[in-house]
Every structure is written in C-alpha cells, then in structure tokens.
Design a protein around this ligand. Sequence first.
Ligand SMILES: [Zn+2]
Length: 316
Amino acid sequence: MIIKPRSYPIRLRNLEALHRRLPPSHPKRSLVQDSLARVRAGYQGEKSIDFHLKFIPQKDYLIIHDLRLFDGQHFFQMDTVLVSRKFILILEVKNVSGSLCLNSDIHQLTRTSNGKEDTFPDPILQIERQQMQLSKWIESYSSKLPIEAFVLFTIKSAILHLKNDKDSERILKSEGLLSRFNMIEQRYSEEKINSATLHLIASQMVREHTDVHQKILGAFGIRESELLSGVHCQACSGNMVWKRRAWECISCFLKSKDAHIQALQAYACLRHPYIYNREARAYLHFDPEHIVKRMLVNLGGKKIGATKSRKYEIPL
Ligand SMILES: [Zn+2]
C-alpha cells in the first residue's frame, strides 16, 4: 500500500520555471537545459518502476516514495522505501542510458554513449550510505529490522558491465525487481515487529520527511535581474498584453484569461513565495492596481499585512 505517493519534484518544477524565464541568449542556458533534462529523466525513471511495484503484495508492504530524512547529523534521500514486518527495502533508481561499467574497487561508474565517456558516483556506495543512515534513524524504534537496498537501472537498452560479480546482488535492471524481491522475501521469513510498530515506523518516516528548498538561482549563480519578466504565451513564449479582460499574445494572438498565473508561479519558484501588489504590477508589466489586486486575491493563497502593505502568497 502506498502511504506516500511520488509528488512532482520541487527541483524539476523550479528548473522548468528557470528555463522559461532565462533569456534565449543567456550564457548559462545550456547548463540549465542539461540539468533540466537530467532531473526530468530521473523522475521518468522513478515513475517507470511503479509498474513493477504493483505486483508486490500490497497488504504486507507500506510503500513510501521520495523520502528525505535527517539522521541526526545529515539529511539522506531515498527514491522508494518498502517497509514490512520482516524487513525494509530501499530502492535507488538510475535512469542512465548507454554502456555502463561499474568498477566498485575504485568506486567509479563510467558511461560510454555515442563515443563520449562520462563518470557517475558509485551507486553501491550510495545505497550503503542510505542503509547506514536509515538504520541509525530507525534505532529508536527497532534495531531488529534488517535493511536491504538495490540499485535499479530503468532503461531497457542500457548495457551493464560489473567488474565484480558480487555487485550483481545489489545492482539490477528494473525488470528483475519482482524476482529479486521474492528471493529477499524468502530470506527474511520471520516477523521482526508487529503490525502496530510497522505502522508507527512508516508513518513516522512520512511525518519526518523534509523537502529540499534549494535556492535555484544561487545554485546556478544567476541574479534575479537576469530573468525575463512579464506575461508569456504558453504556445509561442511571446509577450502577452492585457486587452479587453484577457491576455493576448503579440506574436500568435493566442488569448488567455489566466496566463498571469504561470508568470506569478515562476516568480514564486525563482524569487519569492510572496509578492506585493506594486511588485506584481512591475513584474507583470501591467499597471491597473485594482485588476492586479483581484488577480492576486484569486490566487487563493494567504494574505499577510494590512491593506496598504499587504503581501500575497503565490500557491504552487
Ligand atoms: Zn503566442
């Protein structure tokens, strides 16, 4: 049973907003584009394992997606965690294509694709760290529950070469998840905790989950003043102007009543989650105070402060 579904990643949403708001000629555009493609592929990969997870007995396993916990010293993030009365299983998903070679002696994963070579961190080290941190986190609830972890490669055409055969115990293609899962289930046939403790541990994990709120502009070294402002057309990215109660694209003449919402949401992702009326007017390139006020109120977020100095939350 899924107790924490996978939500749309905040980092992906912020990168999409940055990509839309960066001028076409900006020198960091390709850097942002690469990062966006990587994060998007990672999310697609994580979603692709849902098919295999459906075959796992739903009543015995509590499934938590996209979990980030604090072990007392550091945060650690796990793509998917399955908790049962017998064991815990961590799944780390990799959506990497090409010919992949893992040398765990020197902790290096190399990818060769179209004659180009890239390196990635050793995923085995990564899951070992997750296992250690999760066992530290769980100590106060139960020290008896064993923690297993796999790295799943989701791209069918990817070719995996493992220098050390023993690594195949923890690294596999996602199609093999179910058969590997059955093997693990046979290994841990004894119940270590009761049903009440299982639910307590799993719900505490969900409660203690903390999202990353990284300042995306800071991460790329981009200033707010370098971003595009105004309302943009969803079809052609052209500028939109307010005409007779609706926005109209000056290039393709598309009309929209709510194009300002996406513009304001980009403001929330990249600049600040709250906005004042005067800031909104400057940002939207649109001056009538009463219309902007209505737009901000209709967003439905919180309002802070008295009438004259009120700021409005921009819900995402
Ligand atoms: Zn347009």
